[in-house]
Design a protein around this ligand. Sequence first.
Ligand code: IPM
Ligand code: MG
Length: 576
Amino acid sequence: MQPFTTHAGTAAPLPRTNVDTDTVIRIDRLIEHGRGELGPYCFEALRYRPDGAEDPDFPPNQPRYRGASILVAGDNFGCGSSREAAVWSLMDYGLRCIIAPSFGDIFTANSFQNGLLPIRLPGEIVDGIMAELAADGAAPRLSVDLVAREVLTPSGKRIAFEIDDERRDALLEGLDEIGLTLKDASMIDKFQADDRIARPWVYGKTAANQATRLLILAGDGIGPEILREVRRVVEWFRDARGLPIDLEEELFGIAAWNAHGSLMPEATWNAVTGADAILFGAIGSPDYEKIPAEARKVDQLLRMRKELDLFINYRPVSLTPGLADASTLRPEVVDGTDMVLVRELSGGIYFGTPRGITTLPDGRRQAVNTLVYAEDEIRRIARAAFELARTRAGRVCSVDKANVLESGALWRDVVQKLRDESYPDIDLSHMYVDNCAMQLVRAPRQFDVIVTENLFGDILSDCAAMIAGSLGMLPSVSMSAEDEDGKRKALYEPIHGSAPDIAGKGIANPLGAILSFALCLRYTFGLPQEAARLEAAVQRAIAAGARTADIAGGAKSLSTVQMGDAVLGELMRAKG
Ligand code: IPM
Ligand code: MG
């Protein structure tokens, strides 16, 4: 784009209001003519009489204004359904600047974008300039000085005008929007390079990489029936959206025990360690009582969390539009809630030692568990929470029991120090866990990001889930630290668990699991737009009345498969 600094030239009046962009250029001309060829068609309806001769009543046709490069026009110039071609045709016609009391908004943007300067001046001043042009001799001239923000009239009057600084700078440098952005290219590159290191999962994989390996572990209870719906959604994204996905499925839990005599057969474990991401259903079933205690001593979900070091657990909680009634809390309390609970997932009392049940010398049994956290474990989860908050409202509430537990006192100290040293932009508050439980149901909107240790996070996330109306709606992701390639292992699971009471009935809500795959699109694939596509499809299905029993409030409800159909139907209907 040509820079605009100063310009002097013949100025023509066009004392008409509401000259719209159709008057500037007829749409049918654009079918045959492109940019650079539009001059002859500019202002066609005003410029020519029906017989094709020039209309002398159109001022720029008059000999004294011939070749004008500045137009002084009436109110609301360039209104109507603006098209960029209107600006092109004006420029092809020879204009560089238009002075008017007001302009159409899109026209203004298009003008700056293409190097045509629109100057707004009060109506009486514009009238005054037109009068001067009429009174002056042949070829009355105006000078426009964008550097000084002044118009110089034939009589020598200097008229100051106002203009947005950023747009002025862009014109002075001859930069359109792309040019402006590229000006900051080195800053953008640096930001992206830093950000890639800080949040690699946002960027996903490069095209050169192979397909993402997704492993489905449906597990126990309602896991298989809901993961069947997730699989259909995953296959849709693979087949219809062309995502490079390598999808496998392995037995886990009771089904694996029945087939292979192990809750986590070796083939399954190999697939777990080899996968980029795991889509997990649920664990837990009364059938566990029937297998030898030794075989179920190790909880296989906790094993995956520990061995893959999935220490970051995001549990987003927001109220799905249309589901306020499904919550046991009043709509005015839950409306607008949008928070993420960040739970530390691979430490604390879940894994601390010593642990176990012993028998005391006097024969009484005694059980012990240990709530232990080292500083670095606290720091890395706090960092994850701060990073997440930076992509949201920037508020973190750290939850502990510092008034009673040493582990809580250390937690509070480490989180605060990290905030002071590295995240001064984050608004950090601390809350005792008992108070937090109350605040979640009293005023949940106050929270943006909550960060807390493993056990508190387990309890508070179930509590927070009731805000969304049903445990069945809520997704989660558990992630590791990044490896040397900047990749994180991730496990996606709905937070509802195995619900053995309804297992096999085909009535479970698959949306928590489907929305967990949306998180997978966001974090493992680094495709926020595809994630939003899926989330929007779920919302539209809900808006259209699709409800499984847990959110139907007694009204007619869909089966698990029908809910899957509803989401897929919305995905297929969506354009683009
Ligand atoms: C959860 C679950 C698990 C937990 C169970 C199934 C071990 O309640 O993910 O919240 O306590 O972490
Ligand atoms: Mg739980």
